[in-house]
Structures are given as C-alpha cells and as structure tokens.
Design a protein around this ligand. Structure first.
Ligand SMILES: Nc1ncnc2c1ncn2[C@@H]1O[C@H](COP(=O)(O)OP(=O)(O)OP(=O)(O)O)[C@@H](O)[C@H]1O
Length: 627
C-alpha cells in the first residue's frame, strides 16, 4: 500500500498533538465496541455525499456523470482489507491535511480532555466514536484516496496512526472519479471486519437509515448488494411517504406487527431543528410495565443512529415508538452528554407537547381508535398525572374513564362535569381492584340512588394520582369510601323509606362505638347507603381505603387510622337496633356490633377481624332463629 512512500513527492507530516493523544487512547484503551468505526466512516461518506448534493444544486457540473450518490463498502477477506468509498465532495490535498491531521472541532478537544481523566475513557470512545480516527481501532494502516469534486488532482493520505502521516499525489486513473476511498488494512484479530456477515450486520444496525444508498461488494465476487436504500423515511416530506412505507418502518423500528393507532410525522424548525416519526401502537407490548420503564425512541443525529437510550420522552409516554433526528447535536455524544443535554430536553418537551395534542385530536375525531389507545396505554399515561404536574391539564383532557352510569362508554372529565347533578360540587370516584368489585360495593348505593355518576378507578396508578390532583374544572375529586358523604344537598330518590329518628340513631351509634372500641374511629349515620345496613369508610383525613391497602402492602403493617362505621338510618335493621338502643336493649345492640362490623368487612372483601367470635355470633343468631 505504501509504494508512493519512496516517491520524491511524498510529504511526511506529524499529527497535531491532540490527534496523537486521541489515537493513543483509541489503540490502548479497552473498547466496549469497535463496530462503531464503520458507522463513523459511513457517516462521513454520507455527509460528503450530502454536501456535494447541496453544492451541485448551484453548480451541476460538480456532480456530473453521477446517477445519484452511493456509498460502497468492499470486503476483502483474503487480503484482510475493508474499503469504504463514496462519490461525494472529496478532499483536496490541503483538506486531507487539515481534516485528517488535526482536530478542528473544539467539542472533540473538550471530550478528549474529559476522557483522559476517566478510567473508562476507552469504553466511551467505543460507545460513541470520535469520527474518522476510530478507524485505527481496527486497522494497522489507513489509506485515504480522495479527489475533490471538480478537481483534476487526486491525493492519498496514509498513516499507521503512530505520530505521522504521509500525503502523496495519486494518478487520476488510480483515484475515484470523484469522492473518497478509505482503505483499511485490518489489524490482526480484526479479520471479522472483512467478512460479509459482520459488515452487513453493522450496517443494518447502525446505518440502515443513512440518506445515501449503501452497497456491498466482496472482492472476487461480481454481485453487488444493496444494504440500505438511502431513504430516511422521517426525512422525507410527509406528503411523499406512503402508508405502506410507514407500516414497514413501524415494523422494523418497533418490532411490532399491529397496525399503529397513530402516526406522527413532522419536522420542527426554529430554535432546534429535528425530524420526528413516531408511532403509537394499538396493542400493548408485553414489557409495558417493566420496572425499568424504558422508552424506545431512537435518537438520530443527521440520519446517523446514536442511541435508543436517550430517554427523549418521559416514562409515561414509553409506549411511543420511532425516531427523533436532530440537526443540532454533535455525533459524538457521550453518555453524560445524553443525560443532561439541554437540546435533548428541549426536543423532548416539544415532542411530548405534540404527541399529547395529537392524542387529543384523535380522541376528538376518532373515538374508536382512541378507545383502543386508552385501553392499552391509559394506565401508563396516568402516571404522568403525578409525575408531570405541569402536564396535568393536557392529560386530563385526554383521560377517559369507566363510570357507574355510562355502561361500556368511555367518559371524559369534561363529559362528567357537564352532566353534574344539581348541587353536586365534587367529582366522585371509587377505587377498586376491578369494575365488578366496585359496582358491588355498598358505598355506591347512596350515589346510585341519586343517579350520581362515579368514576370507577381500577388501575393501581389511580390511587396515586387522585391523591395529588387538586381537581378538574374547579371540582375536587372525592372518594366514595372516604370521609362523610355530603349527599344531603342532592335530591334524594323518590319514595325513599323513612329514616329512624336522629336521637335514636345517635344513641345506637354511641353504643356501637363503645362496643367496637379501637376497631372504629367513629360510628355515624350516612346518606351513602341505600339497601345495605352498614359499611366501613376511611376516616375524613385518612387515606382512601384502597390507597391505605396499597401503602400498607408497600410499607408493611397497617398504620392507617381506624375506619368509620356508617349506618343507613333508612334500613329496617338499623331502625330496629336504634329502637333497642333507646329502649333498654343495650346488650342486644352490643352483640349485634360484632356482626355488623364483620359484615361490613366482608362486603369490602376482607375477613372479619376476629373470625372465631364472628362465627360464634352467627351460629348463636341462627340457633335463636330456629327457636
Ligand atoms: N469520506 C469523506 N469525504 C469527505 N470528507 C471527509 C470524509 N471523511 C472525513 N472527511 C472530512 O474530515 C473531517 C473530519 O472527519 P471526522 O470523522 O474526524 O470528524 P467529523 O465527521 O467532522 O465529526 P463526526 O464524525 O464526529 O461528526 C470531516 O469533517 C470531513 O470534512
């Protein structure tokens, strides 16, 4: 490869100090992944094509004879060589010297300084690459033959990466007609990079969406295969992309084969420029509730894949799949730069807003499709209600609920508020393990009797957001199993049975409270019930009952306030007991206390606190019944 080295026109140059440092690091550090060198070379080749593509708009002669641009990767397994060639802009002698002998970008210098201080610097290089020089991770010698578009000179740059490089003129017949050929003499142990399977794998993994076609040839074989067709779908204008292309792309990017419920494709311009092509699947992926809750949006920088771990979108949008392609970010992003990068954060905010407004549009215009999205991902979106309070209004707008009065229809909070009953000032909700369990709960009777709508909340996440949400449209959220049910202001159902007198009920409540001692924090009459005699509710300032259960499960032990036993003063049993309470039947009331309390617990899906005593009381009652 170095036959020109003895020619009198050979110029030998020393690398700039920084380049030597970089090369030293490349060769001596331990790399996590050398594959990225090919991504870097292909990225440079694609950039060169894009540059010429742009220049030739004004000056078509520059790209004369080209039928579009292409990158050709040629593997020579026998010769242990790999060549990456492009027909892009090319480099003059001075450009070869300036670009491949120095580090022009201050970002790389800073990166380098940071890198040398770290023990795992090598791993960072391996992961993100630092451009052309990464070729020395796999090659002993690198030769770059280039002919600048429009020039009638060609030059070769060659180096073993150990301090110096040589520049040599090359006869035009040995040079590309235009563009650059990077020839790698692979180091020992790096033979795999001259094998078809390896090259193909790397190109598909990293460069499948580079905006220039990538062809692959093998020395000794005629066949030339296209590994990538050069169309970055997201970079195309929306009008020219077909539904079929979107579907295919969704399949590869999401590894999913359902029909996406929503496709979001746009280009943002202004402070940050980026393209977005995102999909909302219509089916739940199996790992949606994976504790890592990772997003799957791929970050590209100028059509070059960077990472799918940038967490561009918040965890509560992790079901979205696709690509964000930034024009502004540098290609060599380190992991640290990814984490607190203001550009990525700004992009994330912009994409989040856009996705939420698209979801809102779908909810308004295509309720059936939206119902699928909500059924699959509503539980995830609701995480945003407490994780991102600043997004709460947007999320409330797209949140949908099952309610006690709407049957199979999904209701929005706006629907709910529009249909409030006279004097209703709160949005009522019932937490439960399932819809059936909630509907069977006695706590809802008084609401049902008054025709009040109650949101049925059965996702584990519901217990968390309702606690932090202040309300919607000025109406607070109120649990039907917590606190006093202030239903008195709301018209009672027609023909409701007469209630026991307040004084009698108060006497009954006092006796029961005494008998139940620390099992209850209070006993009181309530409008919550219609057909059941009693129920248990959470005390006014305690957590909702289901929340309490969840917290107890997490923190161990039940540390909540004892519940309140509520009495239905219109129920025959309560009326009879109230009469006993004021009529010298205190003992009978005390005996009934255990049964009432146990029964209320059973209706909540729990065992009586002291099952043996409860069972004995039931047996005694049955015996008495039999006479
Ligand atoms: N195939 C090529 N054709 C034309 N110019 C090239 C080619 N490869 C590299 N260059 C020139 O060499 C410069 C340095 O390349 P290098 O890969 O080190 O950095 P970069 O491409 O600018 O940065 P990065 O790869 O991190 O985006 C490039 O900016 C480009 O001007």
């Amino acid at each position: 490869m170095t036959e020109h080295a003895t020619s009198p026109t050979v110029e030998r140059h020393a690398f700039e100090a920084e380049v030597s440092r970089l090369l030293h690091l490349m060769v001596h550090a331990v790399y996590s992944d050398k594959d990225i060198f090919l991504r870097e070379l292909i990225s440079n080749a694609a950039d060169a094509c894009e540059k010429l593509r742009y220049l030739s708009i004004a000056e078509p002669a520059l790209a004369a004879g080209a039928e579009g641009f292409a990158i050709t990767v040629t593997a020579d397994a026998a010769g242990r060589r790999l060549v990456v060639a492009d027909d892009g802009i090319g480099m003059s002698r001075d450009e070869l010297r300036d670009n491949l002998g120095t580090i022009a970008r201050s970002g790389t210098k800073a990166f380098l300084d940071g890198l040398e201080k770290k023990e795992d610097g090598g791993a960072l290089i391996g992961q993100f690459g630092v451009g052309f020089y990464s070729a020395f991770m796999v090659a002993d010698r690198v030769r770059v033959v280039s002919r600048r578009a429009g020039s009638d000179e060609a030059w070769a740059w060659e180096s073993d990466g150990k301090g110096t490089y040589e520049l040599t003129p090359v006869p035009l017949e040995e040079a590309p007609v235009r563009g650059t050929r990077v020839e790698l003499a692979l180091a020992e142990g790096m033979e795999t990079y001259a094998e078809a399977a390896t090259v193909e794998r790397i190109v598909r993994a990293y460069s499948a969406h580079v905006p220039v076609p990538i062809r692959f040839a093998e020395v000794g074989r005629d066949e030339v295969r296209e590994l990538a067709d050069g169309s970055a779908l997201w970079a195309k204008p929306k009008a020219s992309a077909t539904a079929e292309e979107y579907r295919e792309f969704y399949g590869t990017v999401a590894q999913a084969w359902d029909e996406p419920a929503l496709t979001l494709h746009y280009r943002a311009e202004g402070r940050h420029e980026y393209s977005v092509l995102l999909f909302v699947p219509s089916e739940k992926p199996f790992d949606l509730f994976d504790p890592a809750r990772k997003g799957r949006v791929k970050l590209y920088v100028r059509r070059v894949f960077i990472t799918d771990e940038a967490e561009i979108l918040p965890g509560w949008l992790r079901f979205a799949r696709g690509v964000v392609d930034s024009e502004d970010l540098p290609l060599n992003l380190s992991r640290e730069m990814l984490q607190k990068n203001p550009v990525i954060e700004a992009i994330g905010k912009g994409v989040t807003s856009r996705l939420l407004s698209e979801l809102a549009k779908t909810a308004d215009n295509d309720a059936d499709t939206y119902a699928k999205v909500w059924a699959a991902f509503g539980a995830v979106l609701k995480e945003g209600l407490y994780e991102a309070p600043e997004r709460r209004d947007e999320l409330f707008r797209i949140a949908r609920f099952r309610t006690t009065t709407a049957g199979e229809a999904w209701r929005s909070l706006a629907d709910y508020v529009k249909d409030l009953k006279e004097n209703q000032t709160a949005i009522y909700y019932a937490l439960g393990e399932s819809r059936e369990a909630v509907l069977a709960s006695p706590h809802l009777e008084g609401y049902a009797a008054r025709g009040l709508e109650v949101l049925i909340l059965t996702d584990p996440v519901d217990a968390f957001w309702v606690r932090t949400a202040l309300g919607f449209d000025g109406k607070p959220f109120k649990s039907v199993t917590q606190g006093a049910a202030d239903l008195d202001a709301i018209a009672k159902p027609e023909g409701a049975p007469e209630e026991a007198g307040a004084a009698e009920v108060a006497a009954l409540a006092a006796l029961l409270k005494e008998a139940l001692a620390e099992r209850v924090s209070d006993v009181r009459a309530s409008a919550r019930l219609a057909s059941s005699p009693v129920c248990l509710v959470a005390a006014d300032h305690a957590l909702d009952k289901l929340t309490e259960k969840l917290v107890a499960r997490q923190e161990g032990g039940n540390r909540g306030l004892a519940p309140v036993l509520e009495l239905n003063p219109a129920h025959d049993l309560v009326k009879a007991l109230a009469a006993k309470a004021v009529g010298g039947g205190a003992d009978a009331v005390r005996e009934a206390a255990v049964l009432l309390h146990g029964q209320a617990r059973i209706l909540d899906g729990e065992a009586p606190e002291d099952p043996a005593t409860f069972a004995a009381a039931v047996a005694k009652l049955m015996r008495a019944q039999l006479g």
